[in-house]
Design a protein around this ligand. Structure first.
Ligand SMILES: *Cc1c(COP(=O)(O)O)cnc(C)c1O
Length: 454
């Protein structure tokens, strides 16, 4: 009998609602605090940055939230995305485990990010927003929002972390093709950028700084709002379409995942694949393991402190309780730009604190090794970020082999690596090194955490 490798859902089976795990949490999320008053923020505090519908989703405890039809219409350009069984990888590893992956690289931007860029742009367009500002690291988020802005007639200005801007000119070209403008950050366009440049004109930039710049422009212009590609509850909510589709596709495959793996930068693609399955468990279903994989050079979930912190470097955002390396922490240079963020989504952090998920960290060369193996077995070259999930899945598969167990593993292959081939070249030339982060810098960044009475 020939084995099936591909599980495709009909368009008519694409989810009509997102799943909001806030409805099923055994303990509610800690409040988001105003940095001045240390009181919980209200909708009005967030209104300069986000349209009201997204603020409502941010604090919602409703289990199902409808995906607007115009958003679904755009999603149908590439959704439902395929689920694959990695037969060849299993064989290469000699594991009795079954490995499945959900592939989000089929989107126009090549990653999971349009899953939230499209609804964010649409809700903004409905609210009359003229322009959106945002940050981008590697460029995937900037690309996705530029695409979304072009669909709904919204101008998009992207602050791209300086090192990525210099290293990845093709990402910028894609953003400009969609009609966006791209500014290297730190820049001279904002107070936050100018302050950093005054201290260090060659600053390589960071996501935290780029967020400050984008937030500053949005907060000081009435017709401009801000969009974030990860971390926030509404972003994680939008990503649940992947997990919801995967639940149906695993049923088509006649299997049920024991372990679900995702890479974590800000936490959105992991939450997207994991929380719909975790929701089943919280409502009385079977227990599964959920494994978040992060880079050892920027290990917020495994090495950060669970504390209130700012989301940006200039301290313009509210305080959220999350696993953080400190908002001034600048991770060493490594190839997964999308994972270079000092904090973790408050929701993912909360799930970790509740013991509902696990976290591990791997260095980049081990992740590239896994990614190359995956490419040679399955044909898809993963994004460097996604290599962390591939690595996590392979570790689980090898554990199954050692233990002689035939478990089912599902991971989120959140994007392809076609814009990241320079980092593959570096890897294959033996030029990638595993950079530890600077312990002294981490200690300093953590000592600067805002003090919030318990
Ligand atoms: C942005 C990005 C990430 C990291 O973001 P999460 O919010 O943790 O998902 C991971 N992989 C890819 C391909 C990305 O573009």
């Amino acid at each position: 009998m020939s084995q099936r490798t591909k599980f495709l859902l009909d368009e008519s089976r694409m989810p009509t609602h997102w799943y909001n795990i806030a409805a099923d949490l055994p303990v509610p999320l800690p409040a988001v605090l105003h940095p001045g008053t240390l009181q919980p923020v209200g909708p009005d505090d967030l209104a300069p940055l986000f349209p009201m519908e997204l603020i409502r989703q941010e604090v919602s405890t409703e289990r199902e939230i409808e995906i607007p039809e115009p958003v679904r219409e755009v999603f149908r350009l590439w959704r439902p995305s395929p689920l694959f069984r990695a037969h060849r990888l299993e064989k290469m590893l000699g594991t009795p485990a079954k490995i499945y992956y959900k592939y989000e690289g089929v989107s126009p931007a090549g990653s999971h990010k349009p899953n939230t860029a499209i609804p964010q742009a649409w809700y903004n367009a409905q609210a009359g927003t003229r322009k959106l500002t945002t940050e981008t690291g590697a460029g995937q988020w900037g690309t996705s929002l530029s695409f979304a802005g072009s669909l709904f007639g919204i101008e998009v200005q992207v602050f791209q972390v300086r090192v990525s801007y210099d290293q990845k000119p093709y990402r910028r070209a894609v953003m400009e093709t969609y009609g966006a403008t791209c500014v290297p950050s730190p820049s001279n366009l904002t107070n936050s950028g100018r302050a950093i440049l005054a201290r260090d004109p060659n600053h390589p930039g960071s996501l935290g700084i780029a967020i400050s710049e984008a937030v500053e422009i949005a907060a000081t212009n009435d017709d401009t709002k801000y969009a974030l590609g990860s971390v926030l509850n509404h972003v994680l909510l939008h990503q649940t379409i992947t997990g919801l589709e995967a639940i149906e596709q695993m049923q088509m495959a006649g299997d049920d995942p024991d372990v679900i793996v995702g890479c974590t930068g800000g936490g959105s693609n992991f939450a997207g694949i994991a929380t719909p399955f975790l929701g089943l468990q919280l409502r009385g279903g079977r227990k599964r393991r959920f494994v978040a994989v992060e880079p050892a050079a920027c290990p917020s979930l495994t090495r950060g402190r669970y504390a209130y912190d700012f989301g940006d470097t200039a301290h313009l955002t509210p305080l959220t309780k999350m696993h953080t390396l400190g908002s001034t922490f600048t991770p060493p240079g490594f190839q997964s730009g999308g994972l270079r963020y000092h904090g973790m989504a408050p929701l993912v952090s909360h799930l970790k604190e509740l013991g509902l998920i696990e976290a591990t960290a791997y260095h980049q060369t081990a992740c590239f090794e896994a990614g190359v193996m995956f490419a040679r077995a399955e044909g898809i070259v993963p994004a460097p970020e996604a290599n962390h999930a591939v690595k996590g899945a392979i570790v689980e598969a090898l554990r199954c082999k050692a233990e002689g167990r035939s478990e089912t593993i599902l991971f989120n292959l959140c994007g392809h690596g076609h814009f990241d081939m320079a980092s593959y070249s570096s890897y294959m030339a033996g030029k990638l090194v595993d950079q530890p982060y600077d312990e002294a810098e981490l200690a300093m960044a953590l000592s600067g955490l805002p003090s919030v009475p318990a």
